[in-house]
Design a protein around this ligand. Structure first.
Ligand SMILES: Nc1ncnc2c1ncn2[C@@H]1O[C@H](COP(=O)(O)OP(=O)(O)OP(=O)(O)O)[C@@H](O)[C@H]1O
Length: 619
């Protein structure tokens, strides 16, 4: 096998005294298969090497022979003393996604062939002795590139680059010998990305280029601590930008307001028909008022508001969902609420049910604060969450300037959604399910708590008849498109599993527009989880990757094909808390969760977490 031959050759040159790569041996015993060698990961067929991670191993010599590993997706050789030949080319590594070669003895020009690495997500050549120009135009054209780290080398030349950088979120060329003006496309990165290049100038650095060529080396190496001279043209364009933004936002608010007014027209007419609303008076006697036509009910914790207050306020359209249209209503007293105008209700008595829902309070639920109901209208009132939804945090603005969600925050969201769902499933005699759990239906509060919205609306409101696969629907719902009898708490657990996969992968529930994320992850082999599934925005160390693997195991349990194979939400929550507090979960626990679920028909059965073995195994 050529890959394995290449590894043995690499060992010969990089570890000549057999000090670190001891497990790398060409003996014929099965335990010495290269796929089990330290740092080596193979493909499913165990024929090719897909990952090679040998960090801080005191390795020396050239990496030339590794260019034969053409199926590599990840190569990490950080913190060694390795070198490359002068004419080294990256082009054989066309499958490479993560290339970490920092802190070595690499010198000479930037290797050729970088433009052929279309799958590349991260490249880190920092802390080496590279010289010559950085092929920035080629680098920024790579469609999936998130990270370029080239700091602490001796790169020279200018940073000429045009066009836009669609995916780049990390860029560092500090402490090189670069010169000239920083191109416009890179200016949104911080000054620390550029500092330590004595002839580099322009924003975000404080030394102004002054319109002259910088090649003469006239600029003070220490940034001048005065603000850059105002540039008229730039100021004007910023102003124009602000004006355009304001008019754009204004237009959206106006449109939302008009839409909201239109939808409220029906009952606003009724109100102005000479019949004065006596709503306020009634509200003061128990926050409830029944009018001839409509009734406003406010629950504990709601502002004292009336239909008039809502009508007088400006509104912004947030979106149209399965059950109706959602508006942000900005009231005159400065508070904002969310009003959901329901499209169609089921022919059941809704008041009693809404009052039950309105009584639910949990830090991970977006509480129903009140509702207005008349013959033809139903408006539900919720708190407004200014941090937006989990969907927008995970998938919105993936381009330049995005601050990626760190692992700790993601784990907190995961735990929060599971806790909110567990609470819902156990509330009201375990008879509630959400029915439409998606990452857009998870909103984030100021303390970064993930709060489930649209709770239990499926029980009383009618969703559009086509139960298309939006990526969150459990298989039993897809195959029974018009049969809602199959809707159960286990369907919610499936949706929860999909949300966990979104959190882990940064991919949408319907991946690349057609494949279900759950189905796709189920097909990816465990050895490829790190390179294929986990979000490339997440920085990795051993501990974090271990925790990600644990969360992925839980997610896969949740998206099991058979409903009874899925754990209960409360068990999912406890397992995630285990990861948060201990960094791992019990493997036996997962098996037990499965076994217990097989032995019960009830979707409400609770697993006894306390009875689980205390010994923990890391995955
Ligand atoms: N309380 C809230 N605070 C802030 N944003 C909210 C709130 N509730 C909903 N949203 C956001 O408003 C938008 C529209 O919500 P809506 O429930 O109408 O549709 P959806 O959630 O996108 O679709 P569906 O209901 O079919 O799942 C979504 O982006 C959602 O995240």
């Amino acid at each position: 096998n050529p890959d394995f031959e290449a590894l043995l050759q690499f060992k010969k040159s990089s570890d000549p005294f057999n000090k670190t790569l001891i497990s790398w041996s060409n003996s014929s015993s099965s335990s010495s298969s290269p796929c089990s060698w330290i740092g080596v990961t193979c493909n499913n067929e165990r024929t090719r090497i897909t990952q090679l991670v040998l960090e801080n191993q005191n390795l020396t010599g050239s990496i030339e022979v590794l260019s034969q590993l053409t199926e590599l997706r990840q190569l990490s050789l950080k913190y060694n003393n390795l070198s490359i030949p002068k004419d080294f080319s990256f082009s054989p590594w066309r499958n490479m996604k993560l290339l970490y070669l920092s802190h070595n003895q690499f010198s000479g020009k930037f290797p050729s062939g970088i433009s052929e690495l279309h799958r590349l997500h991260r490249i880190d050549l920092s802390y080496n002795q590279f010289t010559g120009e950085i092929p920035l135009p080629e680098l920024i054209q790579l469609p999936n590139l998130l990270t370029i780290r080239l700091e602490m080398n001796s790169f020279t030349g200018s940073l000429s680059a045009i066009g836009s950088i669609s995916s780049l979120i990390e860029f560092n060329v500090s402490r090189n010998d670069l010169e000239g003006e920083i191109p416009e496309v890179l200016r949104y990165f911080q000054d620390s990305s550029f500092e330590g290049n004595k002839n580099l100038c322009g924003e975000p650095l404080l030394n102004d280029c002054g319109g002259e060529s910088q090649s003469g080396g006239q600029i003070d190496p220490i940034p001048v601590l005065v603000p850059p001279k105002p540039k008229k043209a730039k100021k004007l364009s910023k102003k124009a930008l602000i004006l355009i933004t304001i008019s754009y936002v204004g237009l959206i608010i106006l449109m939302g307001f008009l839409g909201f007014l239109l939808c409220m027209k029906k009952f606003s007419k009724k109100q102005s028909n000479g019949k004065q609303s006596n709503e306020k008076k009634k509200k003061s006697s128990g926050f409830e008022g029944k009018e001839e036509e409509g009734m406003m009910v406010l629950f504990n914790g709601c502002l004292d508001l009336s239909v008039d207050d809502l009508l007088k306020s400006s509104a912004e359209l947030l979106g149209k969902g399965s059950f109706g249209t959602t508006y942000k209503v900005m009231m005159n007293n400065g508070y904002s609420v969310v009003v959901k105008r329901i499209r169609e209700r089921k022919k059941t008595e809704i008041d009693g049910f809404l009052k039950e829902i309105g009584g639910l309070r949990h830090k991970n639920l977006s509480s129903l604060r009140g509702y207005y109901s008349s013959k033809g209208e139903l408006l539900l009132i919720y708190d407004y969450f200014s941090n937006g939804s989990l969907y927008s945090l995970l998938h919105g603005n993936r381009g330049p300037g995005r601050t990626p969600l760190d692992w700790g925050t993601r784990l907190k969201f995961a735990s929060g959604v599971a806790e909110g769902l567990a609470f819902l499933h156990l509330a009201n005699d375990c008879k509630l399910s959400h029915g439409n759990l998606t990452s857009a239906n998870v909103v984030i509060d100021r303390e970064n708590n993930a709060c489930i919205a649209d709770t239990a609306l499926c029980h009383i409101f009618v969703a559009p008849a086509n139960v298309a696969n939006n990526g969150y629907k459990a298989p039993e719902l897809i195959y029974n498109a018009h049969n809602y009898r199959k809707l159960s708490q286990k369907c919610d657990v499936y949706s929860l599993g999909v949300i966990l996969l979104e959190i882990l992968s940064g991919k949408m529930a319907v991946y690349e527009g057609e494949t279900s994320l759950a189905k796709w992850v189920q097909c990816v082999g465990k050895e490829e989880w790190e390179s294929e599934v986990f979000d490339f925005e997440l920085s990795r160390d051993k501990v974090t990757v271990g925790e990600m693997v644990c969360l992925l195991q839980i997610a896969l349990l949740c998206v099991a094909q058979i409903p009874n194979d899925r754990p209960n939400a409360s068990v999912v929550h406890k397992m995630i808390e285990d990861i948060k507090t201990k960094g791992r979960i019990s493997a036996t626990f997962i098996h037990k969760a499965n076994a217990n679920n097989h032995s019960t028909d009830s979707s409400h059965s609770e697993l006894s977490y306390g009875a689980l073995p205390t010994q923990h195994t890391s995955f």
